[in-house]
Design a protein around this ligand. Structure first.
Ligand code: 13P
Length: 252
């Protein structure tokens, strides 16, 4: 059966010293609690990946990147490849975050290439999908998410798809304090699982972890995670506070 996963996306925050301090606080907090079987992943900015990997090596949490380039290697100044991430022994990488789609024009086609490169290096992609406010107001959220998944992911074989984690992040809920209701989250997660079932069959659909992201906090995580198709969270702001992040992870 699928795993419960809570992943922290630090985005473009913290200096090196602050990142070090947060990692130490996280270790202290995790030492004192029992996460059961919930998997924890921390996704810091690129320059801190190795620092976090050193902290994560005793397995309290795994470490992931926030992005990867869609080419294998070469003259792409300022970019980071899947091969480089693999050489740091990272386990996960976020792909297709709405901030990348909106601010850097990332397309479903690029996302498909990124996923392929990551899987080629045994890194599990955490693939983000979700609609913007105008799309939800126009009742187009299901259509939008379906296109993102079909174009970004459904080229994969059943075997390859087994390594995918999906994060549904309604864009209007990210960093706004406006969380999707548990009903809205469940409705979309069940829809996504149905799409996976249609493409890959019931076993793969049942085994795929689908995370919710968007203003997920200690005070609403329990309600969100109580839904049958919500298998965890992708946490932005609250992952920058060790106690809040751990409290969310303990919300199953
Ligand atoms: P917030 O939790 O800050 O809304 O961010 C969610 C997110 O974008 C995680 O990737």
């Amino acid at each position: 059966m699928r795993k419960h996963i809570v992943a922290g996306n630090w985005k473009m925050n913290l200096t090196f010293d602050q990142a070090n301090e947060l990692a130490e606080q996280l270790m202290d907090a995790l030492e004192k609690c029992n996460l059961n079987k919930t998997e924890l992943i921390v996704c810091p900015p690129f320059p801190y990946l190795e620092l976090l990997s050193d902290f994560g090596s005793d397995s309290y949490f795994m470490v992931g990147a926030q992005n990867v380039n869609d080419n294998e290697r070469g003259a792409y100044t300022g970019e980071v490849s899947a091969e480089m991430l693999a050489s740091l022994e990272l386990t996960h990488c976020i792909v297709g975050h709405s901030e990348r789609r909106l601010y850097y024009g990332e397309t479903n086609e690029q996302i498909a290439h990124k996923v392929d490169h990551l899987l080629g290096h045994n890194i599990k992609p955490i693939v983000c999908c979700g609609e913007v406010l105008e799309e939800r107001e126009a009742g187009k959220q299901f259509e939008v998410v379906e296109r993102q998944l079909k174009e970004g992911l459904f080229h994969l074989s059943e075997r390859a798809f087994g390594n995918i984690i999906i994060a549904y992040e309604p864009v209007w809920a990210i960093g706004t304090g406006k969380t999707a209701t548990p009903q809205q989250a469940q409705e979309m997660h069940a829809f996504i699982r149905g799409l996976i079932r249609g493409r890959y069959g019931a076993t793969t659909a049942d085994d795929t972890s689908i995370l919710y992201g968007g203003s997920c906090k200690p005070n609403n995580a329990k309600e969100l995670f109580a839904n049958p198709d919500v298998d965890g969270g992708l946490i932005g702001g609250a992952s920058l506070k060790a106690d809040d992040f751990v409290a969310i992870a303990l919300s199953f």
